[in-house]
Design a protein around this ligand. Structure first.
Ligand code: ADP
Ligand code: MG
Length: 728
């Protein structure tokens, strides 16, 4: 057998798995490596403590002397925990996280050494920005970038390093990361939602967006994966015939978790708990080798940080257990891919979930207000929502029979649909007392009961209401949650602002009472949202046709989808909500287009290399074995040999046929790439990669996978699907 593949299989069966044991309760471990508000309170004066609280709650600035005090306390805490280094931890547009470690250790002029860290080091660092994507914002001659402390996400210790969550901006103040626009969208949403809440409760002063993600992933044995450079380099298999058993028996979902995986999960949870990531749920997913975990939801900024941090942690712990984690949306052809479900809601400073119906008609009216306005926001920016989940890897998953299509629609269930129908029939203008009573008692009064038995769940919807939150399910497993949540926050903020003005106008100009005005404004908004509501099977062909008829965008590739970022409407949204400037949006569009092009380019090169260096030579090797066999038969049987060599000769010919096709494909693919690389326009280049290069990947793979079926298993160099998916 080919050496690498053989060695890896031998190793797998030789080694005993790492056992992880922990006898501490998670409640004891939780956040023990986080500089929480409670820890800070023990270290600083009441005055400094209140300043930080104010900054966290209201976004107010912290002056240098307070920053120094906070820095001193963080330093004391970090050193007491054995930290040696600190870093500003940020999320550049690569989608991952970035860190540059500096030692606390310093030398004074006297030559004496000490541990130093002050307010300025806490507040700001200057990493070289030139190696991070900027979409043209950062001139090469001005490479400086700044990271600046985000006091709303607490510092934590990872290994021996104190990590300080920060935003990342260019020297000229333009945004270079995912966190800054997210924070701005959270702020706009807070402002707009708080205003609307005041219609119902004057005491609300703050509204937080909440996020609880569900993360799907694959765990693959590290040694077995080592023979698959396609998997290592691109995150997905570019070859591989489907195994005779895949997921057709549905025997993996919620099945018992394999012992080696449980050990991994336990160690992961042990570490995650200390970092304050409140992991709650773990289970097998649909595909063999696929798993999911989910935390308790948190304020959106913290939750986004925790998702990025956890993905990093998952990789690190996996190494200890001889696994690799695949976050790619579609690592295996013909096997379910992975997504990230972003559960999203709004919560007031009083802890009221605004998307959860309450006990009184008024609180239900408040629920309906946020519910309808969220749907209206999605309707209004469906193209941008689609753009926010677009990536070359998610293109492989969306629209297969396992994930929502690349059409944004909203599922709300039968009962709530009928509530909306009733609301639509409310007469215009002031409501009669009878009508109001009827509405309050029989329509909105019944909502909590409706939701209690809301078993109505549609798994095929990309954006579904699930009783007390919306669940955005089309998000890619690999992507940074901030991308889609920023768009959602901004869209809802804009819609709430608009709604607030409508209510105000009805009160002032039409002399309506507040609740009449709210009913009227809601009813008027209902017409606009009909288009995006869909209760049926999102995977069906019928829906695709229907959606196009409705005028919803149905865009199946990333370059086309990304265009929505730079539409007039989207730019206006980002600018009005103070999330990104036009220049920043356009830069982001460029970053995404370039990333798309590079990813397809890398896949295409990797495929070409493996096909030429591994697969064609293997085909020839086996062909030679057969040729020897045929020659031997000829020696024994003379002219009658063909009676015995018929099958062998056919295989020899088939191998030649496939090799020829593979080689032709590679030659043409390289020529095509060369031509496309000359194109300067980034959109045109990305879309050419999509339309002209991607099809070669499918064609060449077809012939390689056919060869896998004919060639002697002992000779095949790449770990097979059955080994990747089932050996652990
Ligand atoms: P499911 O049946 O979809 O698994 P769960 O109630 O278990 O539903 O929640 C799934 C995810 O939704 C979890 O990550 C959880 O934290 C999150 N979630 C629950 N409530 C909220 C909320 N109010 N805001 C945001 N996320 C939430
Ligand atoms: Mg869910």
């Amino acid at each position: 057998m080919n050496s690498l593949r053989k060695k890896s299989l031998e190793r797998l069966f030789d080694k005993s798995p790492r056992i992880f044991q922990n006898d501490k309760k998670y409640s004891e471990l939780f956040a023990s490596n986080v500089f929480t508000i409670n820890v800070l309170e023990q270290y600083v004066s009441k005055d400094t403590f209140n300043k930080l609280l104010q900054s966290v709650n209201k976004g107010s600035k912290i002056n240098r002397s307070y920053a120094d005090q906070i820095a001193a306390s963080i330093k004391a805490w970090a050193l007491s925990k054995g930290a040696t280094h600190y870093t500003h931890w940020f999320q550049p547009l690569t989608g991952g996280t970035a860190e540059k470690h500096d030692a606390f250790f310093d030398l004074q002029t006297s030559g004496k050494s000490m541990e130093s860290f002050d307010g300025s080091q806490l507040a700001q660092q200057e990493p070289d920005a030139s190696s991070f994507p900027s979409g043209g914002i950062r001139n090469t001659f001005e490479a400086r970038g700044y990271t600046a402390w985000d006091p709303t996400s607490p510092a934590f210790i990872f290994g021996k390093t104190l990590c300080i969550p920060t935003i990342f901006v260019s020297y000229t103040g333009e945004v270079l990361d995912y966190k800054t626009p997210l924070l701005k969208s959270i702020q706009s949403l807070d402002n707009a939602a708080t205003e609307i809440c005041k219609l119902f409760d004057k005491n609300v002063v703050k509204v937080n967006a909440t996020l609880g993600w569900e993360q799907e992933y694959f765990l693959i044995d590290r040694a077995i994966a080592a023979s698959r450079s396609d998997l290592i380099i691109t995150g997905r298999t570019l070859f591989g015939h489907q195994p005779s058993k895949g997921q057709q028996l549905d025997d993996h979902y919620f099945g018992s978790i394999p012992p080696r995986v449980i050990n991994y999960m336990q160690e992961l949870e042990f570490e995650a708990m200390q970092l304050g990531i409140p992991l709650k749920t773990r289970h097998n997913e649909v595909a063999p080798g696929q798993f999911e975990l989910a935390p308790i939801f948190e304020e959106a900024n913290l939750s986004v940080d925790h998702n990025s941090l956890l993905m990093d942690l998952m990789n690190k712990i996996a190494t200890k257990h001889d696994f690799i984690v695949l976050f790619h949306e579609k690592p295996f052809e013909g096997i379910n891919g992975s997504g990230k479900h972003n559960n999203w809601s709004l919560s007031t400073n009083k802890g009221v979930n605004l998307l959860s119906p309450g006990k009184t008609p008024m609180s239900n009216l408040q629920f309906l207000t946020f519910f309808i306005n969220t749907i209206a926001a999605v309707q209004s920016h469906e193209g941008l929502m689609r753009a926010s989940i677009a990536s070359s890897s998610n293109d492989n998953r969306l629209g297969s029979n396992e994930a929502p299509p690349s059409i944004i629609s909203v599922f709300i269930g039968k009962q709530l649909s009928s509530v909306l129908d009733d609301l639509e029939n409310v007469s215009k203008g002031k409501l009669s007392p009878e009508e109001k009573t009827d509405l309050k008692l029989n329509v909105i009064g019944k909502i909590p009961e409706i939701l209690l038995d809301n078993t109505d769940r549609n798994r095929t919807s990309p954006f579904a209401f699930t009783g007390n939150k919306f669940e955005f399910r089309a998000v890619g497993s690999k992507s940074n949650c901030a991308k889609s949540i920023t768009v959602l926050n901004a869209a809802v903020a804009q819609q709430l602002q608009k709604f607030g003005k409508e209510v105000e106008a009805l009160i002032e100009k039409k002399d309506m009472k507040k609740d009449d005005a709210i009913f009227n404004a809601l009813r008027d908004n209902l017409k606009g949202i009909k288009n995006i509501l869909f209760e049926g099977d999102g995977y069906s062909e019928l829906w695709k046709k229907e959606a196009v008829k409705r005028g919803l965008s149905y865009i199946q590739n990333t370059p086309e989808a990304l265009k929505a970022y730079v539409s007039k409407k989207s730019i206006a949204l980002f600018e009005q909500m103070n999330v990104l400037s036009e220049r920043e949006v356009k830069a982001r569009y460029m970053v995404d287009l370039k990333e798309y092009t590079m990813r397809i380019q890398i896949e295409s090169r990797t495929l070409g290399d493996i096909a030429r260096n591994h697969i064609i030579p293997t085909g020839i090797k086996y062909q030679n074995v057969l040729i020897q066999n045929v020659k031997g038969l000829k020696e024994i049987y003379g002219e009658d040999y063909y009676k015995f060599a018929d099958v062998q000769i056919k295989i020899i010919e088939r191998i030649s046929g496939h090799i020829e096709e593979i080689n032709k494909g590679i030659v043409k693919m390289i020529e095509t790439r060369k031509k496309i690389n000359e194109i300067e326009d980034e959109f045109y280049k990305a879309s050419s990669y999509c339309k002209k290069v991607l099809p070669f990947l499918t064609d060449i793979r077809y012939h390689c996978d056919k060869l896998e079926l004919v060639v002697d298993d002992d000779l095949w160099p790449l770990a097979k699907y059955r080994e990747l998916l089932f050996c652990r």
